[in-house]
Design a protein around this ligand. Structure first.
Ligand SMILES: Cc1cc2nc3c(=O)[nH]c(=O)nc-3n(C[C@H](O)[C@H](O)[C@H](O)COP(=O)(O)OP(=O)(O)OC[C@H]3O[C@@H](n4cnc5c(N)ncnc54)[C@H](O)[C@@H]3O)c2cc1C
Length: 303
């Protein structure tokens, strides 16, 4: 029986662990992939305070991990499959073991959303990708299409411009939602062509992506862009399957918390990208991780 189990070792979970360690709570962290979280899908981060030149995400997350390890906390490579509770404690079921804790912090983050169009699912890994950093080098001197209008779409378009021959940036609106400082950078790249007010209707190709069918939402005109890759950045979906039947969520599955990061059951807290909120960034994931650990500490003191 632990005081606290933290599920997910991204920026939110690792920050919660640093605070829990300093509160001297008997804490275990469960991580299903590798510690660091989804920010590792991006090569660098430019809007994390304290690094005016930007910082490599690997370097930054390695430092988070070191700070946790230096406090003597362990990270177990295990996926939490289901969390259940009785009146006194929580049980966390994994493939081969059941863990018990008096309090739980859920920091399971999110994963990229799919477009949901014909051909997408079939061609994942065969030209369809959700991670520029991971797959960019595979598209050296190739024509690619990027879909999205937020920070991630623009950041990745700028990154992929280091590899691709040409990039068609498809966005369903006439203006980008991304930060102006990022959008302005697009002007310096003649190989990035904007395809605005347009949506992807189909990803075409038998064994690999060969083209993408586009529809202009104003004129309803359809066209085809020949390409070898399609990168999709159209938002995130919460990774909250393990608490599906336990906690209150919004209609998209993001966990509902109060300001102290308390979820709908006493003793269970949530933070980071798995929470229902308006901004999904590293800086507030960390802040929420600190608040969740503080709330868990106060809850345990009362028990
Ligand atoms: C390409 C890209 C670029 C980005 N750029 C920026 C940027 O420039 N600036 C910025 O501030 N933010 C950026 N973000 C967003 C940022 O990465 C997230 O806001 C942040 O990582 C959220 O942290 P988190 O700890 O809540 O979740 P995550 O980072 O998603 O971490 C959650 C962790 O939980 C683990 N997990 C999930 N389910 C389970 C389970 N059942 N059992 C055990 N472990 C589990 C996952 O494997 C993961 O390691 C970017 C994201 C992407 C994808």
């Amino acid at each position: 029986m632990r005081d606290l189990i933290i599920i997910g070792a991204g920026p939110a979970g690792l920050t919660a662990a640093i605070y829990a360690g300093r509160f001297k709570l008997d804490t275990l962290i469960l991580e299903k992939m590798s510690a660091g979280g989804q920010i590792l899908l991006s090569p660098s981060i430019e809007n994390y305070p304290g690094f005016p030149e930007g910082v490599s995400t690997f370097e930054l997350m390695d430092k988070f991990k070191k700070q946790v390890e230096d406090l003597g906390l362990g990270i177990e490579d295990k996926e939490a499959l289901e969390i259940s509770s009785n009146d006194k404690f929580y049980q966390i079921e994994t493939q081969d073991k059941i863990f018990e804790a008096k309090a739980v912090i859920v920091s399971t983050g999110a994963k990229p959303k799919r477009l949901g169009v014909k051909g997408e699912e079939k061609l994942i890994g065969k030209g369809v990708s959700y991670c520029g950093t991971c797959d960019g080098p595979l598209f050296k001197n190739k024509d690619i299409v990027i879909v999205g209008g937020g920070d991630r779409a623009i950041e990745d378009a700028l990154f992929l411009a280091n590899y691709a021959k040409s990039i068609y940036l498809v966005h369903r609106r006439g203006e980008f939602r991304a930060a102006r400082i990022l959008v302005d950078k697009l002007k310096g790249y003649s190989k990035i062509k904007l395809v605005l007010n347009s949506i992807v209707e189909e990803v075409c190709g038998e064994n690999r992506v060969e083209s993408v069918r586009i529809k202009n939402v104003n004129t309803l005109e359809c066209s085809e862009i020949k390409c070898e890759g399609l990168f999709v950045f159209v938002g995130i979906a919460p990774d909250t399957g393990c608490v599906k039947n336990l906690l209150e969520t919004d209609e998209s599955g993001f966990i509902i918390t109060d300001q102290a990061m308390r979820a709908s059951k006493p003793g269970i807290f949530a933070c980071g990208d798995c929470v229902s909120k308006s901004l999904y960034q590293v800086v507030n994931a960390c802040g929420e991780g600190a608040v969740a650990a503080d709330s868990a500490h106060k809850y345990l003191l009362k028990q």
